[in-house]
Design a protein around this ligand. Structure first.
Ligand code: AN7
Length: 351
């Protein structure tokens, strides 16, 4: 039997981490690459479509890959406290890995704009949670400043070790498919993920002569600084995970887009929620932000700007639907109520 030990163990030789790194893992990674042929057919083409379901990581989002690396590095140099700003998923992940390492975690979140499952996660793992009266971008400025002043380790994706861990998702996709896909579609918020994927694919390109995918990044229309070409002061979207107006790694994201001959585009909240429903119709429930990459792909195919015929396309679904239950429960019809009586049930089923 081969036992799985997490991404640092599996890909250690390919990750640029210092010697002092002491592995802190929750056996993250190794997420499924799920074929969705019916969805591909509906989207109008003969092509291979896969969902890399990163919501199946230990805390329910892709952030765990980068977090195991950042916390392991910090643990190895005796860090006691870590801090991050977050739209929610980074906070839950930092809290979990800090707990695992026996560290204190402090997380700053934009007041009232974090989905319930993420807030609950950060609390369950025992983080100190601070709501900032401002946006994610404001919170990020605060944690950057304080980590320069106090002996506290910053674990946002400005931390280079986050990207080292995160890029393993690209390795997994290539290892599973036997080569890189033709396109990789993913949501873009603070732009750490897109930067890391591009690092990972380039590394496999040099190391194993794998092909290079074209990258399709999708931002929410109300929070699309990289599409607009300027920061967005008051970002707004139902996809609160990517409600970010000043992406820390925006320049690198644009480089990845340009170098890969890819594209970055804005998708409406309606398109995001429609794609969330369609994915759920395949049995894959993701949080709204996670549907943005596929929504972007669909928009491009529908508009005739991308012909998928014969291609192999991977869409990264970054977070689990359970992270944001309210987006569903607030919109659904209240479930039918019946007396505890089989006849009533029979009548209800006949309707
Ligand atoms: C589900 O948790 O920024 O472009 O603070 O939670 O690497 O920022 C989350 C981002 C996509 C965007 N999908 O990734 C945070 C945070 C989900 C996310 C993104 C996020 P980046």
């Amino acid at each position: 039997m081969t036992t799985y030990h997490g991404i640092l163990h599996r890909y250690r030789g390919l990750l640029d981490l210092p010697d002092h790194t002491q592995t802190v893992s929750l056996l993250e990674g190794n997420t499924p690459l799920i074929p969705v042929p019916r969805l591909a057919q509906e989207m109008g083409g003969r092509f291979e479509l896969y969902v890399k379901f990163e919501g199946l990581n230990p805390t329910g989002s892709f952030k765990d890959r980068g977090m195991t690396a950042a916390i392991s590095e910090a643990a190895g140099r005796g860090v006691h406290t870590v801090i991050c700003a977050s739209t929610g998923n980074t906070a839950a992940s930092a809290a979990a890995y800090a707990a695992r390492a026996g560290m204190r975690a402090v997380v700053l979140i934009p007041q009232g704009k974090v989905a319930a499952g993420k807030l609950a996660g950060a609390a369950a793992y025992g983080a100190q949670i601070i709501q900032v009266q401002g946006s994610f971008d404001d919170a990020l400025s605060m944690v950057v400043a304080i980590s320069q002043k106090l002996p506290i380790a910053l674990v946002n994706s400005l931390n280079p070790f986050r990207l080292e861990g995160q890029k393993t998702a690209a390795f997994e996709i290539s290892d599973t498919l036997g080569n890189s896909p033709d396109w990789l579609c993913l949501p873009v918020g603070n732009a750490g993920n897109i930067t890391a994927y591009w690092m990972g694919f380039r590394q496999y390109h040099h190391l194993k002569s794998a092909g290079l995918p074209r990258i399709l990044g999708a931002q929410a229309a109300g929070a699309a600084p990289l599409v607009l070409g300027h920061p967005v002061e008051h970002p707004e979207t139902v996809a609160t995970a990517i409600r970010i107006g000043r992406p820390a790694r925006g320049e690198q994201a644009l480089e990845a887009i340009e170098q890969s001959q890819g594209r970055i585009l804005a998708v409406s909240d309606e398109d995001i929620l429609a794609m969330q429903r369609r994915l759920a119709g395949e049995g894959i429930w993701v949080e709204p932000a996670s549907a943005a990459g596929l929504a972007g792909l669909e928009v491009e195919i529908r508009a005739g700007r991308l012909d998928p015929s014969g291609l192999r396309i991977v869409a990264v679904c970054t977070g689990h639907g359970l992270k944001d239950p309210e987006i569903i429960t607030q919109r659904m019809r209240a479930p039918q109520v019946l007396p505890s009586d089989v006849k009533a049930l029979e009548a209800a089923l006949a309707q």
